[in-house]
Each structure stands twice: as C-alpha cells, then as structure tokens.
Design a protein around this ligand. Structure first.
Ligand code: CP
Length: 303
C-alpha cells in the first residue's frame, strides 16, 4: 500500500482494508509513537470538518509528525483564483502526503492523478468518504465481533450521504443484508445500489425506520445533508424525517448498535447517548487509530 492514494473505498482490496483494521487495533493499544517524526502531512480542507480534520491531525501529532494546511480555502491563494492543480502541485513540494476534503465530486481523483505524493480523500462532495468507511468497518468489527453476514440499516440521507455510499460499497464484501431507510426523495443512488446487485446481496427499502429496528445489528444513521440541496424549501420539508429516541431501541437485539458518522442535527435525540447501544462517540475516536494505521501504510513505515 506504499504510496497508494485512497480516493474511493474500492481503490483498496478487501485484504488491504482488513490490513488497515488489523493495524488500527495495534495503534489503539499503543497510540503514542514517533514513527512519523520525519514526515509532514498536509491537511487541505476546502469544506468544513470537525472529526475528519482533527482526528487526522491528532493521529499525526500522536505519531510525532508535523501537519501543515488550512481549514478554510478563503485564507489561501485559491481566493486569488489559483487552480486545484497548482495548489496540489505546490503543496506536494512541502509534504509527504496530502489529506484533502473538497466539495467537488471527483476532485480527489483528479488530485491523485497529478500529485507526486499520495492523496487521501477526506470527502469529495456527495461522492465518497473512504477513511470514514475504514473507521466504520473498524467500529462494526469491534462491536459485532465480525463483519460478515450482518443486517445493517442505513437511515436518513442515502442520496447525498457520502459516508453511506462508501460504506455500502465496502460492506458488499461481507455478505451484508442491507436495510435502506430514507425519504422517497433521498434514496440510495442506483450507481451505489449497483454494487449490491452485482454481488447478488439482499436489500430492502423503507421510509419508516421503526420497521427496521427489531431486525438490525447495526443502525447507521445520517443527517439530512442541507448543504447538498439546491432548493432550501425542499430541505425544510424533509429535514425532520427521522428522530431516534431512547424508547425506540429498548427491545433491540443484544448486539444492536447505533452508529452515526456525525455531526448529527436532530435525527438522534440526546437521550439515546446514555444507552449502551449508542456507539457514535466511540466511533469518532476509532478514527484516530484507523487514520494512524492508514498513514503508516501509505508512507511505507509498516506493511
Ligand atoms: N464524519 C465526518 O466526516 O465528520 P466531519 O464532517 O466533522 O469531519
């Protein structure tokens, strides 16, 4: 995996994805090291982020590396009209690895094709968020003890939710049964559903999330992605489609876990947070170990 950019989750084979998870387990046991002490990671966020940017930066800092970058492109020469190409070619001179979030779908692929250093896609528009997927897989593995043969419910904005797109594609390697819950306007795109069909896996579509709760092992909730709507009135009409409350998950399977990539808006009530079935804050912590593992592999420091 040395020098191998991660743009879409399928850029890495199932075996490579499992290797990241295996190494993440080692970093979780021992997260403070010096293996990145000679390395500079560039963190380029053209779109807002809390977890992805700061967990990458935490991961680098805990491994002794240095971070350069920006959290707002408005403070850079992009504001003066500099192209993405020139931005990447310049920053590649200053760093060993570039982590980039950009609102334009395909921007990370473009960057990976012109960059002399590897690119990690930290989210490109509504397309993909592959490092979130690796930490989601790690969280599922930790909580379920397996990735195989699970009933996974995806709830919320399946159209624009890039974390959903990447995770559905990854779970197609593990004989998952998919329960897809969304408003009719926000169904999973056919380009993603195609991956489920290609593997002859079972999927069901719903609009009511309560139908799915009793059968689910993993309940993966997402927020309605306001920033992707062209019509603000349409967002206002749909934004409160789902609201999970503590009482709704009292009679779930013993292994049932609520995951959410976060941020949440109001789709999970805070009264769920104290339930042992709520896992979203631990999930966010797992991002540090998974990103440590990923960077160590891409920089060729571990194999
Ligand atoms: N899960 C996730 O991508 O969160 P941020 O937008 O805060 O990075």
């Amino acid at each position: 995996m040395k020098n191998k950019s991660l743009v879409s989750i399928n850029d890495y084979t199932k075996e490579e994805q499992l290797r990241v998870l295996e190494l993440a387990r080692e970093f979780e046991k021992n997260p403070v090291q010096t293996i990145l002490q000679d390395y500079v990671v560039a963190s380029l966020f053209f779109e807002p982020s809390t977890r992805t940017r700061l967990s990458f930066e935490s991961a680098v800092n805990r491994l002794g590396g240095k971070v350069i970058g920006f959290s707002e492109a408005s403070n850079t020469s992009v504001k003066k009209g500099e192209s993405l190409r020139d931005t990447i070619l310049t920053i590649a001179n200053y760093s060993d690895l570039i982590v980039m979030r950009n609102p334009i779908e395909g921007s990370a692929r473009f960057a990976s094709e012109i960059s002399p250093v590897p690119i990690i896609n930290a989210g490109d528009g509504a397309n993909q968020h592959p490092t979130q997927t690796l930490l989601d897989l790690y969280s599922i593995l930790k909580t379920q003890g397996t990735l195989d043969n699970l009933h996974v419910a995806f709830v919320g904005d399946l159209k624009y939710g890039r974390t959903v797109h990447s995770l559905v594609i990854a779970l197609c390697n593990f004989n998952t049964t998919f329960h897809l819950v969304s408003p009719l306007e926000l169904k999973l795109p056919s380009s993603v559903k195609m991956h489920i069909k290609e593997k002859n896996l079972t999927y069901h579509q719903y609009t009511d999330m309560e139908e799915v709760i009793p059968n689910a092992d993993v309940f993966y909730m997402t927020r309605i992605q306001r920033e992707r709507f062209s019509d603000p009135l349409e967002y206002e009409r749909i934004k409160n489609s789902y609201n999970l409350h503590h009482d709704m998950i009292l009679n779930t399977k013993d292994n049932f876990k609520v995951l959410h990539p976060l941020p949440r808006v109001n789709e999970i009530d805070i009264n769920v947070d104290s339930s042992p079935k709520a896992y979203y804050f631990e999930q966010a912590l797992n991002g540090v170990y998974v990103r440590q593992a990923l960077m160590a592999l891409i920089l060729g420091l571990l194999q």
